[in-house]
Design a protein around this ligand. Sequence first.
Ligand code: NAD
Length: 483
Amino acid sequence: MSDLNFGSAFDYAPAPETTPVSMRKKYELFIDGKFVPPKAGKYFQSVNPATGKRHARIANGDAGDVDAAVKSARRAYEKVWGPMAPAERGKYLFRIARIVQEKSRELAIIESIDGGKPIKESRDVDLPLVAAHFFYYAGWADKLEYAFPGRTPKPVGVAGQIIPWNFPLLMAAWKIAPALACGNTVVLKPAETTSVTAMHLAEIFQEAGLPDGVVNIVTGAGETGNALVEHPGIDKIAFTGSTAVGKRIAKSVAASGKRLTLELGGKAANLVFEDAPIEQAVEGVINGIYFNQGHVCCAGSRLLIQESIHDEFVARLERRIETLRVGDPLDKNTDIGAINSKAQLGRITELVGSGIDEGATLHEPGCSLPEEGFWFKPSFFTGVTSSHRIAREEIFGPVLSVLTFRTPAEAIARANDTCYGLSAGIWTDKGSKIFAMADQLKAGVIWANTFNKFDPTSPFGGFKESGFGREGGLQGLAPYLKF
Ligand code: NAD
């Protein structure tokens, strides 16, 4: 082992984000270009996961509100957005992208308060990508016939879009930008624990002068999402979330004529070969699992290390997790923020308990956690076998399961031994090995000598129980078009 010393954690002075933000105490629904109270007058509480305290009341939309939103989207589709010249639609998207950029600091802070992710991620990853998605799809709005040469692409109609809580604004952008660029209108249902930034995005739509009804946002929980899925006025459902809910939605829309794309869970394998640049690979593995508290569908949650470097790699990982800073999401030095909700913390704790019960060894840093709010230490398990629950089920938290392999063939067999197929990583010095492995890995996204890199021009989506359909890139246009 080299004598490189990662050192112990530095003591950093607090560096909290101080830019003032204007969050409201109450958020209504966004229907037909206006903020309106829910018909039944019901609200639920949004909690700041870093403190566990309630910080906003969110409208709880029901089937009646969903119906109003779908009708508004239909009107806008038939009367305004559908007939509009594609280049004009593109101008609105460019305008939205520019306003997102202007307001990105404020939006990043609100995202971190409402969802718990560190400000350096919401500021440097989520928000730049949100703007980039609107810019990218704005460019396609009047060039669809070049994206699909020799065909005549037409919008599908009204899209119902349901998103999870791990990248609230980014998932909204992934869904809304291509739908609008293709001439569709939208009813979006954000996740119940992270609805706030979607409503600030609605304000941006107003500021951009987006015609009424082109995007409607109905907040609420699973019942609200279900009402959207079952509404007969919807032409297409785009869902990102858990495999369990995705399967239910697939059954519900079967034979309804509605189009469907599903972006579901994952259990990605990060394969590290003995010829990999070890220090880079340690950083990549850390980024792959601890980024956004592991609340990432494509997180590299299974680390497959070639047996010959196992001990050295684990020792380095152990030292590195000691230096990760867990705490206030609004502090610019924070690496690991808060777990998104009490329920998610419960799921992580239960699965970690199963890992210990099944005989794996838990490695966790000595750091202390804040007393209030929802937190979990960045941890990893060694001595994991493929049959352990922690190697099979999505933990969706900052917990890594380490397994080993001897040969490339064994690495492939172990990596593919999962019901999921969303992403994978390969760490090796040999380009030929990257191609050989990538060819055999059953995963929609494969990173080589890096991890968790996103770009609006790159398609993203899964195999097997990770879903079907692609978002991002030229491929992300197709689900919103008929030919
Ligand atoms: P979830 O499935 O519980 O919820 C996702 C969304 O679906 C939420 O808005 C929720 O309110 C809604 N919903 C719940 N029940 C519903 C129903 N019966 N009908 C319609 N809508 C319903 O998932 P989650 O816990 O919010 O998110 C975490 C999951 O999302 C993880 O499994 C993760 O892997 C997955 N995810 C996948 C991707 C991807 O691109 N593949 C991206 C992000 C998250």
